[in-house]
Design a binder for this molecule. Sequence first.
Ligand SMILES: [Zn+2]
Length: 374
Amino acid sequence: MANGYLYMEDDGTVIHITQEAPITHQFEIEIYEGIVCPGFVNTHCHLELSHMKGMMPEGSGLPAFVDQIPKQRQKSTLDLAQSMKQSDQEMCEAGIVAVGDISNTETTIQIKSESSIRYHSFVELFGLNKNEALHLLAEGKKTLKKFKTADLAASLVPHAPYSVSPDLLKGIYAYCEGSLLSIHHQETPSENELFLQGQGDLAETFLKKDLDLSAHLNFGKNATEFSLIPYLSRHQKILLVHNTYSSASDIDRVINHFTDAYWCTCPKANWYIERRLPDYNLWRKKGLKITLGTDSLASNDSLNILEELKLIQNKFPNIPTAELLSWACKNGADYFGFHTLGTFKTGNKPGVVLIEKVDGLQLTPESKVRVLAH
Ligand SMILES: [Zn+2]
């Protein structure tokens, strides 16, 4: 609403939102110019890659990127714990109040326990060798338990359709009933190529590693039909991350099966790696529940949801800012079931963000966040 008043308790709890100015002197009034919205929800991040800023070449395409990450990860000279702490701080200052964080290890537990950000950790597994499935699963369960023992929300998830053997998938999904599932999905054209024809850059990447693909993957189906639909119930809540190359028929396959799918986009990371953004107008036409993610500093120069929104609005000026903000706040909170976040509903304590330097309701390249309440 234009020229609105947001009434709040001193602790940040929302009383109500209205266009009426207060009629008593009971309220202290602060006046700001810009757009006021709830704190942002970042549904896809990898704190564990925080020490890799600027290390990965841009525009290399995903197969080369995933091939290089494990090697480059070891080469960074930055202190990992310190880099992760800085990332957590950066997100706080960027008005982010909740984060879905991919965790391959337990290294982030302490930072998350001490943070004012509300985290859900996705304990992520990968491995195409079916002989290793049982071992990997056991390790994943141990890590999951450590998060839960530290009183942190967490669930076990697969990395991507192309990086997890069917045995490991089955093992992970046996643990996901009622918990939150997330998977990297259709981030590169070669993902569907791999599943439909058994060729392309991803297939090449794995062949180089002497992995016998045909023994591990069933060809002739797309990524969704291979890795999700055969295993999961219609009502499983699922976050599909990236979907940069999802066609109308790929999307239909998902929405015909799943009743509660969320579509996470990480525009700046997609641009960094593949030099391409998803077809948001198609997503909007299909009525998808869209959320925002920053991905990691291995494929981004910041962990800042407003910067993600600016890129989308720059490339898709037709999408209204209010709609982008509902992706960045409400939809992510709905996915996590964080019902007190994401909206200015009475009784909520969602954090308050002021977006300054806007042009009416449009974002500008200079727009920036000022956190009014966390
Ligand atoms: Zn990711």
